[in-house]
Design a protein around this ligand. Structure first.
Ligand SMILES: [Zn+2]
Length: 290
């Protein structure tokens, strides 16, 4: 059975005191006037077990980094209860823009390929979609999913605040292709209601998983291999503050990567992928989606 990952949890939603430009690959942007409160952070209930991470790593190592640009078609499936959750085309377009901004320089670009609306209150409010994949999720995706292994399918629904989104890993595609994709709460797309978490970067975080990235705090404590990326400093636990001034949870060199897209800080705080993460995404693409 394919494993869901990247289950996001809103902690709270205080307004941010910092404003940063949209991140680009491998460029850290300082978060001036950072909010050190706990607001605007999220958590993820879908941590990958060390054994699963190691198994994925063995498969991924066979892939060499890809050179050149990959264009990824994006298929949106907007599930709503009438007008509630009926995300506009403009917001979907902005989500694609945010993906292109945040993945700039990684070799991956995104193109809006389709958007389909479903007035389905039964699915829109179905909280079973936020638990391990069940029959209803499988049936839903089987009916709606478009394209093949290279196509990104994004489903928007009304999750409760304990689960704002999740994604499948690329190494799960072969076994369960129908489950492949990202599910997002409609309010984390640009212009949504979650203050601090609705600029589209929850989408970036989830697509990072879809392309093979783990959390920067993956694994057990500060011990290697962590997230299997050499240039992300060891991180014991997820950041809980909205955008902490600094955080250093491990004795090894380097502060915690609080500005990394794969940590748990708020949207404006997460601004970068490292070169090592870019290499890992390209390796994963070659190994599982090329
Ligand atoms: Zn995650």
């Amino acid at each position: 059975m394919s494993r869901r990952i990247g289950r996001l949890t809103a902690v709270s939603a205080l307004a941010l005191a910092c404003l940063v430009a949209p991140g680009s690959a491998a460029v850290a942007t300082a978060c001036a006037g950072e909010n050190t409160s706990t607001g605007g952070a999220f958590a993820d209930g879908g941590e990958l077990s060390p054994a699963k991470a190691e198994a994925a790593q063995r498969k991924l190592k066979t892939g060499t980094p890809r050179i050149g640009q990959v264009s990824i078609p994006v298929h949106f499936h907007v599930i709503s209860d009438g007008a509630k959750g009926a995300v506009s085309i403009q917001r979907l377009s902005k989500q694609v823009d945010v993906l292109n901004q945040t993945f700039s320089g990684t070799g991956f670009a995104f193109t809006a390929a389709s958007a389909t609306s479903y007035d389905r209150a039964d699915l829109f409010y179905d909280q079973s979609l936020t638990s391990p994949p069940g029959a209803r999720e499988i049936a839903m995706k089987k009916a709606m999913r478009k394209g093949g292994v290279r196509d990104l399918n994004i489903y928007t629904v009304q999750t409760d605040e304990s689960a704002l989104g999740w994604a499948t890993f690329p190494w799960d595609y072969k076994e369960n292709p129908q489950l492949d994709g990202v599910i997002l709460n409609h309010d984390v797309l640009p212009g949504g209601a979650f203050v601090g978490l609705s600029t589209g970067k929850i989408g970036t975080h989830e697509v990072g998983h879809w392309l093979g990235l783990l959390h920067t705090f993956q694994g057990v404590g500060c011990e290697p291999p962590g997230d299997y990326v050499d240039d992300t400093p060891a991180q014991d636990t997820a950041s809980r503050g909205g955008c902490p001034t600094s955080q250093d949870s491990c004795p090894s060199p380097g502060d915690d990567p609080i500005h990394n897209h794969m940590d748990y800080t708020n949207d404006l705080c997460r601004t970068m992928f490292t070169p090592g993460q870019v290499t890992r995404m390209q390796q994963a693409w070659n190994a599982f989606r090329a």
